[in-house]
Design a binder for this molecule. Structure first.
Ligand SMILES: [Zn+2]
Ligand SMILES: [Zn+2]
Length: 261
Protein backbone atom coordinates (compact mmCIF):
# COMPACT_ATOMS: atom_id res chain seq x y z
CA UNK A 1 0.00 0.00 0.00
CA UNK A 2 1.26 3.49 -0.83
CA UNK A 3 1.87 5.90 2.04
CA UNK A 4 -0.73 8.58 1.36
CA UNK A 5 -1.38 11.86 3.16
CA UNK A 6 -3.99 14.57 2.78
CA UNK A 7 -2.82 17.82 4.34
CA UNK A 8 -5.38 20.20 2.88
CA UNK A 9 -8.78 19.92 4.56
CA UNK A 10 -11.23 22.48 5.92
CA UNK A 11 -13.58 21.90 8.85
CA UNK A 12 -16.16 24.22 10.39
CA UNK A 13 -13.33 26.21 11.95
CA UNK A 14 -13.20 27.90 8.52
CA UNK A 15 -15.46 27.10 5.56
CA UNK A 16 -15.73 23.31 5.77
CA UNK A 17 -19.12 21.70 6.35
CA UNK A 18 -18.28 19.31 9.19
CA UNK A 19 -16.44 19.08 12.48
CA UNK A 20 -12.89 17.64 12.37
CA UNK A 21 -14.03 14.30 13.89
CA UNK A 22 -16.18 13.59 10.83
CA UNK A 23 -13.14 13.49 8.52
CA UNK A 24 -11.41 10.59 10.29
CA UNK A 25 -13.44 7.58 9.13
CA UNK A 26 -13.49 8.64 5.45
CA UNK A 27 -9.73 9.24 5.60
CA UNK A 28 -9.08 5.75 6.97
CA UNK A 29 -11.48 4.27 4.42
CA UNK A 30 -9.55 6.10 1.67
CA UNK A 31 -6.35 4.35 2.81
CA UNK A 32 -4.62 7.49 4.07
CA UNK A 33 -1.81 7.22 6.63
CA UNK A 34 -1.89 10.88 7.66
CA UNK A 35 -4.32 13.74 7.41
CA UNK A 36 -3.96 17.37 8.36
CA UNK A 37 -6.38 20.24 8.84
CA UNK A 38 -5.55 23.54 7.17
CA UNK A 39 -8.14 26.15 8.07
CA UNK A 40 -8.15 29.44 6.19
CA UNK A 41 -6.33 32.19 8.03
CA UNK A 42 -6.46 35.56 6.30
CA UNK A 43 -4.65 38.25 8.23
CA UNK A 44 -4.75 41.93 7.16
CA UNK A 45 -8.26 41.75 5.64
CA UNK A 46 -11.75 42.12 7.06
CA UNK A 47 -13.05 38.79 8.28
CA UNK A 48 -15.08 36.95 5.63
CA UNK A 49 -17.28 33.91 6.07
CA UNK A 50 -14.68 31.55 4.54
CA UNK A 51 -12.01 32.54 7.07
CA UNK A 52 -11.32 31.27 10.53
CA UNK A 53 -11.76 34.03 13.07
CA UNK A 54 -8.25 34.48 14.54
CA UNK A 55 -9.77 34.37 18.06
CA UNK A 56 -10.44 30.69 17.34
CA UNK A 57 -6.84 29.82 16.57
CA UNK A 58 -6.06 28.41 20.04
CA UNK A 59 -9.31 26.45 20.35
CA UNK A 60 -8.64 25.06 16.87
CA UNK A 61 -5.09 23.98 17.67
CA UNK A 62 -6.21 22.42 20.96
CA UNK A 63 -9.10 20.66 19.25
CA UNK A 64 -6.82 19.03 16.67
CA UNK A 65 -4.26 18.18 19.38
CA UNK A 66 -6.94 16.33 21.37
CA UNK A 67 -8.23 14.61 18.27
CA UNK A 68 -4.67 13.43 17.53
CA UNK A 69 -4.32 12.01 21.05
CA UNK A 70 -7.65 10.21 20.87
CA UNK A 71 -7.34 8.76 17.39
CA UNK A 72 -5.73 5.45 16.48
CA UNK A 73 -5.00 4.09 12.99
CA UNK A 74 -4.23 7.44 11.41
CA UNK A 75 -1.82 10.28 12.13
CA UNK A 76 -3.39 13.73 12.46
CA UNK A 77 -1.45 16.92 11.74
CA UNK A 78 -2.18 20.54 12.51
CA UNK A 79 -1.80 23.03 9.69
CA UNK A 80 -3.15 26.28 8.34
CA UNK A 81 -3.83 27.65 4.89
CA UNK A 82 -2.56 31.20 5.14
CA UNK A 83 -3.16 33.92 2.56
CA UNK A 84 0.02 35.51 1.26
CA UNK A 85 0.16 39.31 1.11
CA UNK A 86 3.29 40.96 -0.32
CA UNK A 87 4.69 43.51 2.12
CA UNK A 88 3.26 41.70 5.16
CA UNK A 89 5.94 39.01 5.40
CA UNK A 90 7.45 40.13 8.72
CA UNK A 91 4.10 40.35 10.53
CA UNK A 92 2.99 37.01 9.10
CA UNK A 93 6.24 35.38 10.16
CA UNK A 94 5.93 36.69 13.69
CA UNK A 95 2.31 35.52 13.95
CA UNK A 96 3.08 32.01 12.67
CA UNK A 97 6.22 31.60 14.78
CA UNK A 98 4.07 31.51 17.93
CA UNK A 99 1.92 28.59 16.76
CA UNK A 100 2.65 24.86 17.21
CA UNK A 101 1.97 23.74 13.65
CA UNK A 102 3.12 20.77 11.60
CA UNK A 103 3.06 22.75 8.34
CA UNK A 104 1.75 25.94 6.78
CA UNK A 105 0.19 26.04 3.32
CA UNK A 106 0.68 29.41 1.65
CA UNK A 107 -2.00 30.36 -0.84
CA UNK A 108 -2.76 33.30 -3.07
CA UNK A 109 -6.51 33.89 -3.26
CA UNK A 110 -6.47 37.68 -3.52
CA UNK A 111 -5.40 39.72 -6.51
CA UNK A 112 -6.05 43.24 -5.30
CA UNK A 113 -9.22 43.55 -3.26
CA UNK A 114 -10.97 40.50 -4.74
CA UNK A 115 -10.24 36.81 -4.68
CA UNK A 116 -9.66 35.03 -7.98
CA UNK A 117 -12.18 32.35 -7.00
CA UNK A 118 -14.99 34.82 -6.16
CA UNK A 119 -16.77 34.16 -9.48
CA UNK A 120 -16.18 34.23 -13.25
CA UNK A 121 -17.13 37.93 -13.32
CA UNK A 122 -13.69 38.64 -11.82
CA UNK A 123 -12.21 37.75 -15.22
CA UNK A 124 -14.61 39.58 -17.50
CA UNK A 125 -13.12 42.51 -19.41
CA UNK A 126 -9.61 41.80 -18.13
CA UNK A 127 -6.50 40.61 -19.96
CA UNK A 128 -6.21 36.95 -19.00
CA UNK A 129 -2.51 36.99 -19.90
CA UNK A 130 -1.92 39.84 -17.48
CA UNK A 131 -3.97 38.15 -14.76
CA UNK A 132 -1.88 34.98 -15.10
CA UNK A 133 1.34 36.99 -14.90
CA UNK A 134 0.16 38.89 -11.82
CA UNK A 135 -1.02 35.70 -10.17
CA UNK A 136 2.23 33.83 -10.81
CA UNK A 137 4.25 36.84 -9.60
CA UNK A 138 2.37 36.71 -6.32
CA UNK A 139 2.77 32.93 -5.97
CA UNK A 140 6.51 33.26 -6.67
CA UNK A 141 6.74 35.90 -3.96
CA UNK A 142 4.88 33.57 -1.59
CA UNK A 143 7.30 30.74 -2.40
CA UNK A 144 10.30 33.03 -1.86
CA UNK A 145 8.95 34.49 1.40
CA UNK A 146 10.22 31.66 3.60
CA UNK A 147 6.85 31.64 5.37
CA UNK A 148 5.42 28.42 3.98
CA UNK A 149 6.09 24.69 3.74
CA UNK A 150 3.66 24.02 0.89
CA UNK A 151 2.23 26.30 -1.79
CA UNK A 152 -1.51 25.71 -2.23
CA UNK A 153 -3.19 25.34 -5.65
CA UNK A 154 -0.37 27.21 -7.38
CA UNK A 155 -2.39 28.05 -10.49
CA UNK A 156 -5.81 28.73 -8.94
CA UNK A 157 -6.15 31.47 -11.57
CA UNK A 158 -7.27 28.66 -13.93
CA UNK A 159 -10.39 28.01 -11.82
CA UNK A 160 -13.01 29.25 -14.30
CA UNK A 161 -11.25 27.97 -17.40
CA UNK A 162 -10.18 31.35 -18.81
CA UNK A 163 -7.13 30.73 -20.96
CA UNK A 164 -4.30 33.12 -21.79
CA UNK A 165 -3.25 33.59 -25.40
CA UNK A 166 0.49 33.31 -24.84
CA UNK A 167 2.35 30.15 -23.82
CA UNK A 168 2.57 29.79 -20.05
CA UNK A 169 5.54 27.45 -19.77
CA UNK A 170 7.92 30.21 -18.64
CA UNK A 171 5.59 31.09 -15.74
CA UNK A 172 5.59 27.50 -14.49
CA UNK A 173 9.35 27.18 -15.01
CA UNK A 174 10.07 30.31 -12.99
CA UNK A 175 7.68 29.23 -10.24
CA UNK A 176 9.17 25.73 -10.00
CA UNK A 177 12.71 27.13 -9.84
CA UNK A 178 11.65 29.58 -7.12
CA UNK A 179 10.04 26.79 -5.09
CA UNK A 180 13.17 24.66 -5.36
CA UNK A 181 15.48 27.53 -4.42
CA UNK A 182 13.40 28.36 -1.36
CA UNK A 183 12.79 24.75 -0.39
CA UNK A 184 8.99 24.80 -0.63
CA UNK A 185 6.74 21.92 -1.72
CA UNK A 186 3.85 22.21 -4.14
CA UNK A 187 0.60 20.26 -4.04
CA UNK A 188 -1.39 18.41 -6.62
CA UNK A 189 -4.76 19.75 -5.49
CA UNK A 190 -7.53 17.43 -6.64
CA UNK A 191 -10.36 19.82 -5.73
CA UNK A 192 -10.03 21.62 -9.07
CA UNK A 193 -11.93 18.63 -10.44
CA UNK A 194 -14.99 19.82 -8.47
CA UNK A 195 -14.71 23.38 -9.75
CA UNK A 196 -15.60 24.81 -13.21
CA UNK A 197 -12.06 24.01 -14.37
CA UNK A 198 -12.78 20.28 -13.87
CA UNK A 199 -9.13 19.30 -13.51
CA UNK A 200 -6.38 19.29 -10.91
CA UNK A 201 -4.06 22.17 -9.99
CA UNK A 202 -1.44 22.60 -11.31
CA UNK A 203 -2.08 22.16 -15.02
CA UNK A 204 -1.05 18.56 -15.81
CA UNK A 205 0.53 19.82 -19.03
CA UNK A 206 3.22 21.53 -16.93
CA UNK A 207 3.63 18.97 -14.16
CA UNK A 208 6.85 17.67 -15.74
CA UNK A 209 8.45 21.06 -15.05
CA UNK A 210 8.10 20.57 -11.29
CA UNK A 211 9.74 17.14 -11.69
CA UNK A 212 12.58 18.51 -13.81
CA UNK A 213 13.22 21.21 -11.21
CA UNK A 214 13.02 18.58 -8.45
CA UNK A 215 10.32 20.34 -6.40
CA UNK A 216 8.91 18.26 -3.50
CA UNK A 217 5.27 17.32 -3.93
CA UNK A 218 2.23 16.33 -1.85
CA UNK A 219 -1.21 15.26 -2.99
CA UNK A 220 -4.06 17.13 -1.30
CA UNK A 221 -7.84 17.13 -1.67
CA UNK A 222 -8.68 20.61 -0.32
CA UNK A 223 -11.78 18.83 1.05
CA UNK A 224 -14.49 21.06 2.49
CA UNK A 225 -16.63 18.03 3.40
CA UNK A 226 -15.73 14.52 4.63
CA UNK A 227 -16.82 12.78 1.43
CA UNK A 228 -14.03 14.53 -0.48
CA UNK A 229 -11.09 13.46 1.69
CA UNK A 230 -8.57 11.67 -0.53
CA UNK A 231 -10.79 12.22 -3.56
CA UNK A 232 -9.21 11.31 -6.94
CA UNK A 233 -5.92 10.38 -5.23
CA UNK A 234 -5.33 7.21 -7.27
CA UNK A 235 -5.40 9.28 -10.43
CA UNK A 236 -3.20 11.99 -8.91
CA UNK A 237 -0.52 9.48 -7.83
CA UNK A 238 -0.66 7.79 -11.22
CA UNK A 239 -0.14 11.15 -12.86
CA UNK A 240 2.84 11.91 -10.61
CA UNK A 241 4.39 8.52 -11.31
CA UNK A 242 3.86 9.07 -15.02
CA UNK A 243 5.96 12.26 -14.98
CA UNK A 244 8.65 10.59 -12.85
CA UNK A 245 7.97 11.45 -9.23
CA UNK A 246 8.87 8.64 -6.81
CA UNK A 247 8.56 10.34 -3.43
CA UNK A 248 6.35 12.80 -1.60
CA UNK A 249 6.73 15.26 1.24
CA UNK A 250 5.48 14.60 4.78
CA UNK A 251 5.58 17.14 7.61
CA UNK A 252 5.86 17.19 11.38
CA UNK A 253 6.64 20.28 13.48
CA UNK A 254 7.40 22.12 10.26
CA UNK A 255 10.15 19.68 9.32
CA UNK A 256 9.83 17.95 5.94
CA UNK A 257 10.75 14.37 5.20
CA UNK A 258 10.45 12.55 1.89
CA UNK A 259 8.63 9.20 1.65
CA UNK A 260 8.65 6.87 -1.36
CA UNK A 261 5.44 5.99 -3.09
ZN1 LIG B 1 -7.23 27.85 -1.06
ZN1 LIG C 1 -8.11 25.21 0.93
Amino acid sequence: MIYKTDYHMHSRYSDGRSIPEDYIAPAIAAGLSEIGFSEHLTLFKDLEDWNMNPVNISPYINHIENLRKNTKNIIIRTGLEVDFFAGKEAETKEYLSLLPLDYVIGSVHYLGEKTVDVGPEFYEGKSIDRLFEAYFDSVCAAAASGLFDIIGHCDLIRIYGYKPISDQEHLYRKLAKTMKTHNVAFEVNTNGRNRPLADFYPDRKFLHIFREENVPVCVNSDAHMPSRVGQYFDEAYELLRYVGFTEMAVFENRVRKMVSF
